[in-house]
Design a binder for this molecule. Structure first.
Ligand code: PLP
Length: 411
């Protein structure tokens, strides 16, 4: 990856790469503002999916024939590309999983086996269900305790409270880098330094950060970083667990089966080395290769400029929405990304979402898999518009007008 390949950031050119954005819904130009749920896919990825299944489909790692060897090479090349992009030391530290949820469950099971009564896992009040429930299951299994660091009304972690909850008993901090509901960017570097000082490891849920900013796991110094391919312009059904080699080496396998073994007898099985130890069974081969393509695409994007563009979009939308009577922006952290969540007094988010849909605008409504967070705000859910770098100011103008129209119909 070299900076020389970077093209100047140009939304119009970027949009050309995404066929899904050029369609009409109910006779209206699609405005896709549900990027927090999943992103659209660039041609580079779409073409690679088609090519793989048309010409290159073969199982990997054990094949003697040409196609199998080619698929293996491409699958492993994708792993290496992701390793380089993330700044990981070795490609062995990149484990292919089904996605964020699967990656967290892997760590909760495998790393979790080293925890016992008296140990604590510390999460935050803004976590996605998939960064809550696996830890609850772990705590039940191992007899350890789950602690939850509170947030303030702006949707920011209260660091003094976090500091009080972090102790020598904390074996793992599992924290989202960016809240999918609020857009809050958590100070993960500070959290990691503090946790490490007390001997705790840190898992960063990167499901909402990998697509918005350039991530370097070595600089961040997290112990685990997890994300889903489908939110970062790749296919569904695949994701990544990055883990430090010395930790992954010590962790037992999560699932047993083919590929994860080195030798099997009925008496005893020895396990394969990293990363295969954690990849039982035939993986999502096309998914891995095409996730590699998604990163190839990302490498051509000036992420710093993309991030600025996205934040401008969010600020622009918020400033206009804020003037609507009864509308409250949920999530007003000082440091936040391109997510605009809001609720309107006396109107159910679902009704707003339905009317927006009829105008060709895709947003998310509901609890966004963060029910405890909705309880904290005392609301059933929000309307969430989440932007990607391919969204435009014109789209926001149309969206804000559509919200205004919808509210006048519902009041
Ligand atoms: C989407 C999301 C998840 C879960 O990702 P899956 O792709 O459903 O496994 C976890 N955490 C955050 C912050 C998310 O946005």
């Amino acid at each position: 990856m070299s900076d020389l390949e970077l093209k100047p950031f140009n939304v119009r050119e970027i949009r050309e790469e995404f066929p899904a954005l050029r369609q009409q819904i109910y006779g209206k130009n699609l405005i896709y503002f549900d990027n927090g749920a999943t992103s659209q896919k660039p041609k580079l990825v779409l073409d690679a999916i088609n090519l793989f299944y048309s010409k290159e489909n073969a199982n990997i790692h054990r094949g003697v024939h040409y196609m199998s060897q080619k698929a293996t090479t491409e699958y492993e090349a994708a792993r290496q590309r992701i390793q380089r992009y993330l700044g990981a030391r070795k490609s062995e530290e990149i484990i292919f999983t089904k996605g964020t949820t699967d990656s967290i469950n892997l760590v909760a099971y495998s790393f979790g086996l080293s925890l016992s009564a008296g140990d604590e896992v510390l999460i935050s009040a803004m976590e996605h269900h998939s960064n809550i429930v696996p830890w609850q299951m772990l705590c039940e299994r191992q007899g350890c305790t789950l602690k939850v660091a509170p947030i303030n009304l702006r949707g920011e972690l209260i660091m003094e409270e976090f500091d009080k909850l972090l102790s020598k008993k904390t074996k793992l901090v599992a924290i989202t880098h960016i809240s999918n509901t609020l857009g809050t960017i958590n100070p993960v570097k500070e959290i990691i330094e503090k946790a490490h000082a007390l001997g705790s490891k840190v898992l960063v849920d990167g499901a909402q950060s990998i697509q918005h900013m350039h991530i370097n796991v070595k600089e961040m110094n997290c112990d685990f970083y997890v994300f889903s391919s489908h939110k970062v312009f790749g296919p569904t059904g695949i994701g990544v667990l990055y883990g430090k080699e010395e930790l992954l080496d010590r962790m037992p396998p999560y699932q047993g089966g083919g590929d994860m073994i080195s030798r099997v007898t009925f008496e005893r099985t020895t396990y394969n080395e990293l990363p295969f130890k954690f990849e039982a069974g035939t993986p999502h081969i096309a998914g891995g290769i095409c996730l590699g393509k998604a990163f190839e695409f990302l490498e051509s994007i000036d992420m710093a400029a993309a991030e600025r563009h996205e934040r401008e979009l969010a600020k622009y939308a918020e400033d206009m929405l804020d003037t609507f009577e009864g509308l409250q922006i949920i999530g007003e952290a000082k440091n936040k990304t391109s997510v605009v969540s809001f609720s309107v007094k006396g109107i159910h988010p679902f009704d707003i979402g339905t009317l927006l849909d009829k105008q060709g605008i895709a947003v998310r409504t509901g609890h966004h898999c963060t029910q405890p967070l909705m309880d904290f705000y005392g609301i059933p859910g929000t309307v969430r518009a989440s932007f990607a770098f391919y969204n435009t100011k014109q789209e926001i103008d149309t969206f804000v007008e559509a919200v205004e129209r919808s509210l006048s119909m519902l009041k």
